[in-house]
Design a protein around this ligand. Structure first.
Ligand code: AMP
Ligand code: MG
Length: 481
């Protein structure tokens, strides 16, 4: 491994150094060998991955640490939070020279654990492992994981569950909530911290006339892109608190996430979200809200000789680009999924008509786009109660596509419509088997989700392709398990 230990350069108030507390009897769960390769793991480290992923082996080059941050949870100021059950155990260079954090989740209590036990359960570790992999392979910036271990040592939740640890990777664990903590508790650290964030994550902004404004614009653009991609894939993060969004716009901390099956804009997978704050359709506006909360912390960074009101206005102006940036990515992406030309005046309306059908007929989001792509129009129509609505959509669709380069549009569709997403019941089956020390289903899903845009007849199972019947109760998922 090639270390680039930079977080410890920050003032010591911003973290707490401590060693992981291993779970007893750690066993191999699953290992992402391709990612370890990409991260330039040595053969020795690969051979010792179980020890590393269970907190038994740490690196001499990096003293593990828990970061402190704060946050707004479900719209309310929550005060100090921080890594309550995870430790940064290394920062290493990947094959592209990018610095990647290795973060061990479930590594024991820290000063930031509040009432928690510092642990993670196998169920939530497998869900995070498979979803991070799925998102990366779908082309969405996201945390990933080198592997996970499970343990016979039980962890108490509603019932006693097997404990586990996840060795998560991310290009950044600095959250909007880091800025909230600093602003609230140690405001004098803000200039230095912000400067480091820019140097580490947006060095090109250092050349701008106002590096902070350039940085802010970049964070806003990346967040808008990430959320547009979530919407296009039907991904609901589940807990978009300000402590769960990072400054590089890569998906992080998506415990109670879900990939939407039947199209329901007001769908939420997180059963702890009683008010529906983080439903699928709310995500773009919550992204805006979170950015707004974040920007409030940067008001104090008004440069010398700069009018304070003007500075506030400049920050607010950066945020005005969020919505158009999101919409541009979303519209282009939706047209691509639909096989509709980007610049035709009726394309977006036509796409909306299709989504209305999916909603009123409760059709599967992923499968319906695939059927459209395969021109299985009758199959969609047969699933509709209101067939006339579908026929009128189809006639508009065909009219728009007339005289277009269909080979090009269809080729683009194939790159935007996955065959496989991680449906809750798929993850659930893998979790149940893993509870009996059988990781074969984790492995099958890992391979299947490695190439989501490719039909894999030899690997797929019928249940991967469609939602469960609507009378089967949904899998319950909640926060912080
Ligand atoms: P989350 O919503 O899972 O991102 O967690 C919110 C906050 O609670 C973070 O500061 C976590 O570190 C902390 N937390 C969640 N679960 C636990 C746990 N079992 N033990 C200690 N801290 C936890
Ligand atoms: Mg979190």
């Amino acid at each position: 491994m090639h270390f680039n230990s930079r977080y410890p350069q920050l003032p010591a108030r911003l973290y707490h150094q401590q060693m992981p507390l291993p779970l007893k009897g750690a066993k191999a769960g699953h290992f992402n060998a391709a990612l370890a390769e990409q991260l330039q793991w040595s053969e020795e480290d690969k051979a010792q991955w179980v020890e590393i992923c269970s907190g038994q082996k740490t690196f001499a080059e990096f003293e593990p640490l828990a970061m402190v941050y704060a946050g707004h949870q479900f719209g309310q100021w929550a005060g100090q939070l921080g890594d309550g059950r995870g430790l940064l155990i290394a920062q290493i260079l990947d094959q592209q020279g990018q610095t990647i954090d290795l973060h061990l989740k479930g590594a024991g209590a820290t000063p930031y654990s509040r009432m928690g036990d510092g642990r993670a359960v196998l169920r939530s570790v497998i869900r995070e492992y498979l979803a991070g992999h799925a998102l990366n392979c779908l082309g969405v910036a996201s945390s990933n994981a080198v592997g996970f271990t499970s343990s016979a040592q039980g962890v108490q939740r509603e019932k006693l569950e097997p404990g586990a640890m996840l060795l998560r990777t991310s290009d950044c664990h600095i959250r909007f909530g880091h800025f909230e903590w600093i602003n609230q508790y140690q405001p004098e650290l803000l200039p230095e911290f912000t400067q480091k964030c820019i140097e580490w994550h947006y060095p090109e902004c250092l050349q701008a006339e106002q590096p902070i404004l350039a940085f802010v614009s970049q964070v806003i653009q990346r967040t808008a892109l990430m959320i547009a991609q979530w919407q296009l894939l039907g991904f609901a993060h589940g807990v978009m608190n300000t402590d769960n969004l990072n400054i590089t716009g890569s998906t992080l901390d998506f415990g109670p996430y879900g990939f939407m099956e039947r199209f329901r804009p007001n769908w939420i997978n997180n059963h702890s979200d009683y008010q529906g704050r983080y439903t699928y359709q709310q995500q773009p506006s919550i992204g805006h809200w979170n950015l707004w909360m974040w920007l409030n912390n940067l008001v104090a960074l008004c440069p010398e000789n700069y009018d304070k009101e003007q500075w506030k206005q400049d920050l607010a102006e950066c945020l005005e680009h969020y919505e158009p940036t999101f919409l541009e990515h979303y519209r282009n992406g939706l047209n691509q999924k639909m096989g509709l030309p980007r610049f035709h005046k009726d394309s977006f309306d036509c796409a909306m008509a299709f989504l209305r059908i999916l909603q009123s007929e409760q059709l599967d989001y992923t499968q319906s786009f695939l059927r459209l792509q395969n021109r299985e129009y009758d199959a969609i129509k047969d699933d509709c109660l209101d067939r006339r609505q579908f026929e009128s959509f189809l006639s508009l669709y065909n009219t728009i596509r007339e005289h277009q380069n269909l080979a090009e549009l269809d080729g683009a569709m194939a790159l935007a419509n996955p065959h496989y997403i991680l449906r809750n019941h798929m993850a659930q089956k893998a979790i149940e088997l893993a509870g009996r020390d059988d990781f074969s289903e984790v492995d099958r899903l890992f391979k299947l989700l490695s190439q989501p845009y490719l039909k894999q007849r030899d690997l797929e199972q019928a249940e991967d392709l469609a939602p469960l019947p609507s009378d089967v109760p949904e899998v319950m998922v909640s926060c912080s398990s």
